[in-house]
Design a protein around this ligand. Structure first.
Ligand SMILES: Cc1cc2nc3c(=O)[nH]c(=O)nc-3n(C[C@H](O)[C@H](O)[C@H](O)COP(=O)(O)O)c2cc1C
Length: 330
């Protein structure tokens, strides 16, 4: 059974990648994931705000805590609250590269051009095999038009990709008016792949205390459906790689993501819930499923259910939407 897949120009031994998360903060944990069969690991993100705050602190010789900055930044964590400082992050890349034989993907998190982008080059120098750029940004300004937001993101991607030789993937949100156009724009800006999708951690309101609390809820498998739809729509139009992130918990989820057009899937919640050994189980079940269905390599699956052969993808989606709404009888 040939499980190898190409992702961002890297040859991976199988399509199971550990998604950006705290797993790689601990080298022993990363080794356990490699032993369980992970084909690559993604580090947690280094944030634009974290880098900017540290650079400001260095130039002003102040502690980059909430109170030492302008009001707008006072919501952000203080220096000490981040798992790794920017320097420690680079050191961690070195440590992971020394301990692992699978590719290590570093993650940068920001959406506007700026000095923080220099960290892409530093990550490359530290030995990262690729960079995943997470463009997380929630727009609340009523005067900010969508095309301006996306132009800023594309410029950021261009700045990052032009500053390094290693491949750069871009993790995007599902909330773009035209995700396929946007993904193609990212590719034109030099991205070697796109990760679908960012997961938004929605705040909860405590009605008694009149407080807002951000909460971290792990994913469930229903979240994969949104990824499958957009993998199927986007994959015929991209030359580069596609990763599914969100709701991949079992081998059958991997199969569906590949059928829809993914080159790899990323797992986080399932591994946080069940531990690194869960990855070995998913891999074993994937092998069994492929053998049972007489596939000899996963490239036979890839994109078999995407929109490539659909003459009118938008019409197809609209027709399904109407059919579903009409199917409910009182
Ligand atoms: C505890 C935790 C930490 C995460 N940290 C990051 C991060 O630093 N950068 C990032 O791009 N995504 C981060 N994510 C998001 C995951 O990479 C992934 O996109 C998301 O959890 C959906 O995948 P899943 O359904 O397999 O959990 C984090 C997720 C969790 C649960």
């Amino acid at each position: 059974m040939n499980l190898t897949t190409q992702y961002l120009g890297l040859t991976l031994k199988n399509p199971l990648v550990v998604g950006a998360s705290p797993f790689c903060d601990d080298v022993t944990m990363a080794q356990r994931l490699e032993e369980a069969g992970a084909a690559a690991v993604t580090m947690h993100s280094l944030f634009e705000e974290q880098i900017d705050a540290e650079q400001l602190a260095l130039t002003r010789h102040v502690d980059a805590t909430a109170e030492s900055h302008a009001e707008a930044t006072s919501y952000f964590p203080a220096h000490s609250e981040y798992q790794l400082s920017p320097d420690q992050y680079l050191l961690q890349i070195l440590r992971l590269k020394k301990a692992l034989s699978i590719p290590v993907i570093a993650s940068l998190n920001g959406s506007r051009p700026g000095g923080w982008i220099d960290y892409a080059r530093r990550m490359e120098r530290a030995g990262a095999d690729a960079i995943e750029l997470n463009l997380y940004r929630l727009i609340t300004d009523p005067a900010m038009p969508a095309d301006e937001v996306e132009a800023g993101m594309v410029a950021t991607v261009r700045d990052v990709t032009s500053s390094v030789e290693i491949p750069v993937s871009v993790k995007i949100s599902p909330f773009h008016t035209s995700p396929t156009f946007f993904a193609c724009e990212l590719e034109r800006a030099g991205a070697a792949g796109v990760v679908l999708f960012n997961r938004f951690y929605q705040p909860e309101i405590n009605a008694e205390e009149l407080e807002v609390s951000p909460q971290l809820k792990l994913s469930d498998r229903s979240e994969l459906l949104l990824r499958l739809r957009w993998l199927a729509i986007i994959s015929p139009h991209l030359r580069g790689s596609l990763a599914a992130s969100g709701g991949v918990h079992a081998a059958i989820d991997v199969v569906k993501a590949l059928l829809a057009g993914a080159h790899v899937v990323q797992l986080v919640s399932a591994l946080l819930q069940h531990g690194p050994q869960h990855l070995a189980m998913v891999l074993e079940d994937l092998r069994a499923w492929l053998a049972e269905h007489e596939y000899t390599e996963i490239s036979q699956l890839r994109g078999a259910m995407n929109h490539q052969r659909c003459p009118d993808p938008a019409g197809f989606e609209r027709a399904n939407y109407i059919r579903i709404l009409q199917s409910w009888r009182i």
